[in-house]
Design a protein around this ligand. Structure first.
Ligand SMILES: [Zn+2]
Length: 227
C-alpha cells in the first residue's frame, strides 16, 4: 500500500505522483478552444483557470489518470477531495475534459464522464453558468442524472432527464455502482469544502452536481462581465 500523503506542495515544488495543479499551457488552451470548452465568447480569463491531474479508481479498482479544468478558486480543494476519494477506493469511472466530446454535455454524461469547466452563459442572460466559471463539478454523470418536471405553456408536464439514458438511475432507493448519496464520502468531502449538492434541491434534482454557492459565483460572473 502506498503511503498516504497530501497534495500540498513539497519543498521541491512537487506533488504526490499522479496529482498536480498547473496553469493552462498553450497546448491545452488550443485543445480547449478546438474542443469547445473555451468558446469564442468565453469571458473567464485563461489565467483564472487551472488544469488538475488526479488519480481515480473505477469500480473494479483499476487506477486511471484523471484530468479536470477548474477555476483557481477551487484548484486546491478539488484535488484534495479526489485524493481522499482515491485513497478510500471511492469509484469514479472516467475523468477527461469535455473537449474529448466536443463539449457536448449529453454525449459526455452518457459516457459517465466526470468534469467541471465548460464555458457557457445561462440562457438568455449575460450571467455565466457555474460550469462556465469552473465552479461546479459533475461526478459519475450517467448514474447520477439531472431530473426536472417542466410545465409547458399549455399546462402539460414534461419530464427532463439528462442524460436520457440515466432514467434507470432516478430511483435512488436502488443500489447500484457509482451512486452518490447524501452522507457518503464524496458528498461529505464536497460539503466540507463549501459546495452544495444538486441532490438536495427540491424543485429539481441534479445528483451528479456539486457547486459553489451563488453569492460566490455571482460575484465572479459580474466581475468578468465588467458589471
Ligand atoms: Zn453540473
Amino acid at each position: 500500500m502506498p503511503e498516504v500523503s497530501h497534495t500540498e506542495e513539497t519543498e521541491k515544488g512537487e506533488y504526490r505522483e499522479g496529482f498536480s495543479i498547473q496553469e493552462i499551457s498553450d497546448d491545452l488552451f488550443s485543445r480547449m478552444k478546438v474542443g469547445n470548452t473555451y468558446k469564442a465568447d468565453c469571458i473567464v480569463p485563461r489565467e483564472d483557470l487551472r488544469y488538475l491531474l488526479v488519480l481515480h479508481k473505477d469500480k473494479d479498482g483499476n487506477t486511471h489518470q484523471g484530468e479536470m479544468v477548474v477555476h483557481k478558486l477551487i484548484a486546491e480543494d478539488v484535488p484534495e477531495i479526489f485524493e481522499k476519494l482515491y485513497d478510500a477506493d471511492y469509484p469514479i469511472e472516467r475523468m477527461v475534459l469535455p473537449d474529448n466530446y466536443m463539449a457536448d454535455d449529453e454525449v459526455m454524461m452518457r459516457d459517465n464522464n466526470s468534469s467541471c469547466f465548460n464555458f457557457r452563459f445561462i440562457s438568455h442572460t449575460n450571467r455565466i453558468s457555474k460550469h462556465g466559471l469552473g465552479m461546479a463539478v459533475d461526478i459519475n454523470t450517467l448514474y447520477n442524472p439531472y431530473h426536472k418536471i417542466v410545465t409547458n405553456d399549455d399546462g402539460t408536464k414534461e419530464e427532463v432527464i439528462e442524460p436520457a439514458t440515466g432514467k434507470d438511475y432516478l430511483d435512488r432507493e436502488q443500489n447500484f455502482d457509482y451512486k452518490i448519496e447524501k452522507g457518503d464520502l464524496c458528498y461529505n468531502l464536497f460539503i466540507e469544502k463549501g459546495f452544495e449538492w444538486g441532490g438536495n434541491w427540491t424543485d429539481r434534482k441534479d445528483f451528479q452536481h456539486f457547486e459553489l454557492p451563488t453569492d460566490v459565483t455571482e460575484k465572479y460572473s459580474q466581475m468578468y462581465a465588467g458589471e
